[in-house]
Write a protein that binds this ligand. Structure first.
Ligand code: SF4
Ligand code: SF4
Length: 217
């Protein structure tokens, strides 16, 4: 083994480390908040005028930013200068959820140790700071399958996206697979009647001007 190489388990420990990140704490908080609501409470919230215009309220939040919210955004912007992609990597609960789902994917960035020259270009190229040059298969919730490490690798057939068996998957194929999955899920939702909101245009016309005054149910 190359002296600079570490066991692949070190690369895999990325996902374990991620488990204690703030993003997972926030995700846990939101899941806990939903979990403690019973059926009638959930139904009341989903059918509430507040929920019907939740996106409008989000817009108003940023359009009429409070001093406190502005302070938080400035702190996050400052932290981003010190830690790369700090919000996405350590704080975003949605990113944590997607990261957990991504662990179910059979496709992973995979390094062929026999041909790897340990140049570390892959690790330097990774926007998520994953130690790709140490991993056998990248098993991190922070991997967004951006292929930058694969493109940066100078040795042919050494760093590839692949399942445990079968051929390597090219970037454009991966993109098609991701787009196909999106179309399949949204198409299924449309066909089963779960895509369109039950709020009518007339109700929106009434609710949107009053959105600012609507309280959380
Ligand atoms: S695919 Fe992108 S995020 Fe994943 S390990 Fe490679 S460079 Fe990092
Ligand atoms: S870029 Fe390729 S050759 Fe260099 S360390 Fe990464 S996998 Fe190995």
């Amino acid at each position: 083994m190359n002296p600079k190489q570490a066991p692949s388990s070190k690369g895999n420990s990325q996902s374990v480390r991620a488990g204690i990140q703030g993003a997972f704490l926030l995700l846990g908080f939101f899941l806990w908040a939903v979990w403690r609501m019973d059926g009638p409470m959930l139904e009341a919230f989903l059918d509430s005028p507040y929920n019907a215009v939740a996106d409008v309220r989000m817009y108003l939040f940023f359009a009429h930013l409070s001093g406190q919210a502005l302070g938080v955004l400035l702190v996050l912007a400052g932290l981003s200068l010190l830690v790369r992609n700090v919000w996405c990597r350590y704080l975003c609960p949605y990113g944590a959820l997607l990261g957990l789902l991504s662990l179910a994917s059979p496709l992973r960035v995979t390094r062929a140790k026999a041909t790897c020259i340990d140049c570390e270009r892959c690790t330097r190229a990774c926007p998520s700071g994953i130690q790709v040059h140490r991993a056998g298969r990248v098993a991190s919730d922070e991997c967004t399958a951006c292929y930058r490490c694969v493109s940066a690798c100078p040795v042919k057939d050494t760093l590839e996206m692949r399942a445990p068996v079968g051929k390597a998957v090219a970037g454009w194929v991966f993109g098609l697979l991701a787009a196909g999955l999106f179309v399949a899920v949204t198409g299924l939702a449309m066909l089963s009647g779960h895509w369109r909101t039950s709020v009518s245009p007339g109700e929106y016309l009434q609710l949107i001007p009053a959105a600012d005054a609507l309280g959380h149910p």
